[in-house]
Design a protein around this ligand. Structure first.
Ligand SMILES: Nc1ncnc2c1ncn2[C@@H]1O[C@H](COP(=O)(O)OP(=O)(O)OP(=O)(O)O)[C@@H](O)[C@H]1O
Ligand SMILES: [Mg+2]
Length: 292
């Protein structure tokens, strides 16, 4: 039997050793290229053919989306296009009627939202949900994952460990609050924050869980321009540290300045995908926005 010809490059040791030094350099460069090529890496998030009906309304109608690891990906579309519903399906706050969601290679559409969060996918809400009668600091500490003190017997048996863990969480919370510019509000009630500051607090809560992927639903809506710039800077900073983002946003300046790739949804369906510049000059996209 004849072996099937393979399209993939041959990087076997024998092959590499048999090469001349000059070719070896080329081969190693090729290994490097293949190893770091984002095109060959599995997406961190891949949702296929998601459907969600509310009574007669097809909020999400066979929509798909992919988020590459390490990217800042945008999700845009006119009001009522189904963007927030798609977020709810990705994080399983709402169960899809059909379709599948793979996160980091694992199917997650049958898992509870808190399990998905523990796996590293967290989301913020279009209307920020802070616990207003707790302090900003307490809001962050509550978001910390896997706290030993959560188990009743541990509060008796592993006292010292809990104290160390609490101290570490507190230090982490202070660092995050400094990073989102809320350190000066740490001991104020969360209810005293402005709408924009609540969005920053939500991001801070998400960061406390050390996520792989953060879904942000309109982080710039209702936020003053100075804070918008601050949010964008922070997103870029965390992205440089390896965190991946999927961002719903109507503010095109934010999308243009942050995103590598943008998905457009209209009437629950995929309309286009491309770079921000491609999306902005796509006639179908312009028509969908003008027609709303
Ligand atoms: N829980 C629900 N029950 C009934 N209809 C809903 C529900 N949630 C969303 N819808 C409808 O589904 C459609 C998509 O809504 P969705 O909130 O996902 O849109 P969106 O793209 O996030 O819009 P926006 O940009 O205004 O936030 C809308 O027609 C909306 O009225
Ligand atoms: Mg929405």
């Amino acid at each position: 039997m004849v072996d099937e010809p393979s399209n993939s490059p041959d990087f076997s040791t024998e092959k590499l050793e048999a090469m001349q030094p000059q070719n070896l350099d080329e081969a190693l460069a090729e290994v490097e290229r293949v190893a770091v090529s984002p095109a060959l890496e599995l997406p961190l998030l891949a949702a296929t053919s998601l459907v969600k009906n509310f009574g007669g309304i097809k909020a999400v109608d066979n929509a798909s989306i992919e988020v590459a690891k390490g990217s800042i990906t945008g999700l845009v579309g006119p009001n009522g296009a189904g963007k927030t519903t798609l977020f709810n399906l990705l994080s399983n706050f709402i169960r899809p009627d059909s379709g599948r969601v793979l996160f980091d290679g694992e199917p997650v559409h049958h898992l509870q939202p808190h399990i998905i969060a523990r796996m590293g996918m967290v989301r913020t809400f279009q209307v920020a949900r802070a616990l207003s009668r707790l302090s900003v600091m307490e809001n962050l500490l509550l978001a910390a994952q896997k706290q030993t003190g959560e188990k009743f017997w541990n509060t008796w048996l592993r006292n010292k460990e809990i104290a160390t863990e609490e101290q570490q969480n507190r230090e982490k919370a202070i660092a995050i609050l400094e990073s989102v510019g809320l350190a000066h509000m740490a001991y104020e009630y969360a209810g005293a924050l402005s709408g924009g500051q609540r969005k920053l607090l939500e991001m801070g809560r998400a960061l406390m869980t050390d996520p792989k992927l953060i879904l942000l639903d309109e982080p710039a809506a209702g936020v003053n321009p100075t804070l918008i710039n601050q949010i964008c800077d922070r997103v870029q900073q965390w992205n440089r540290r390896g965190m991946t983002f999927l961002i719903i946003e109507h503010n095109m300046d934010v999308i243009m300045s942050l995103c590598d790739r943008v998905w457009v949804l209209a009437e629950g369906r995929n309309l286009a995908v491309g770079t921000p510049a491609e999306i902005q000059s796509n006639p179908e996209v312009l028509e969908a926005y003008l027609g709303q």
